[in-house]
Design a protein around this ligand. Structure first.
Ligand code: DX5
Ligand code: ZN
Length: 227
């Protein structure tokens, strides 16, 4: 089970310090939310920020592109130090070539699905990706409430993994706290993004340890995964 603090909830005036805090928290990944003001109604930060933070941390950089034209951003984020690049299945026809391009850059590939979008759209790509990201809030902002109606999608992604004998991770993002992480782990998720619930804590290390313990306790034991 992997915990991924989301930098979107950090103090933006102190991103280097906040990255250090996440790096010492015991979490394995750092989730980096990239918003373009078009795919979602908010703007976050770009490749230059990721490049600046890269030497400060050994964490796996999980870059979540909430962007209408990811094709122009793949190389900049790959060069900036992303370990994995997640694109959205809502981009439709562009998805197949985007997956191929991310692979060609030597990075892991994730495919995200928004709450109103059917998980069935992900199915054709399952053999080509490293991670399915089930959004559990409508993307754009941190601090929103978990949408429980998304839980069956986590179950479905985890069921397909077992049926097809695939090894992608199932990540959840949005409204994850000590209660909702248990529900998601029970449904088959193995990777948990948490922004507000971690960065708002004075002691992030203790908060990560607590989440990790809860997630592990609810692990249905389905995952035997690559990172
Ligand atoms: C939402 C982002 C999330 C966000 C989660 O658009 O994709 O990664 O940071 O924040 P919390 O954990 O506060 O819901
Ligand atoms: Zn995200």
């Amino acid at each position: 089970m992997i915990i991924a603090p989301s930098l979107l909830a950090a103090n933006f005036g102190q991103l280097a310090k906040e990255t250090g805090r996440a790096s010492r928290s015991g979490a394995q990944w750092l989730h980096l939310d990239i918003m373009d003001g078009h795919f979602v109604p908010n703007i976050s930060f770009g490749p230059q920020v990721v490049k600046t933070l890269r030497p400060l941390s050994k964490l796996f950089f999980d870059v979540h592109l909430m962007c209408s034209k990811p094709e122009i951003l793949l190389q900049p984020f790959a060069q900036a130090g992303a370990d994995q690049i997640i694109i959205h299945v809502e981009l439709g026809e562009a998805v197949a070539s985007l997956i191929w391009k991310i692979r060609a850059l030597g990075k892991k590939v994730g495919l995200a699905v928004n709450p109103p979008t059917s998980i069935a759209l992900i199915q054709p790509y399952l053999a080509q990706i490293d991670l399915v990201l089930v959004m559990t809030v409508n993307p754009g902002f941190g601090g929103q409430s978990f949408i429980h109606e998304c839980l069956p999608k986590i179950q479905q992604a985890s069921e397909w993994r077992r049926e097809k004998n695939l090894r992608y991770r199932v990540e959840v993002d949005g409204g994850i706290n000590n209660e909702t992480i248990a529900e998601c782990a029970g449904a088959g998720a193995d990777t948990f993004v948490a922004g507000t619930a971690l960065f708002n804590q004075r002691n992030m290390r203790a908060a990560v340890a607590r989440m990790q313990k809860i997630a592990d306790a609810h692990d249905p034991g389905l995952a035997d995964l690559k990172i």
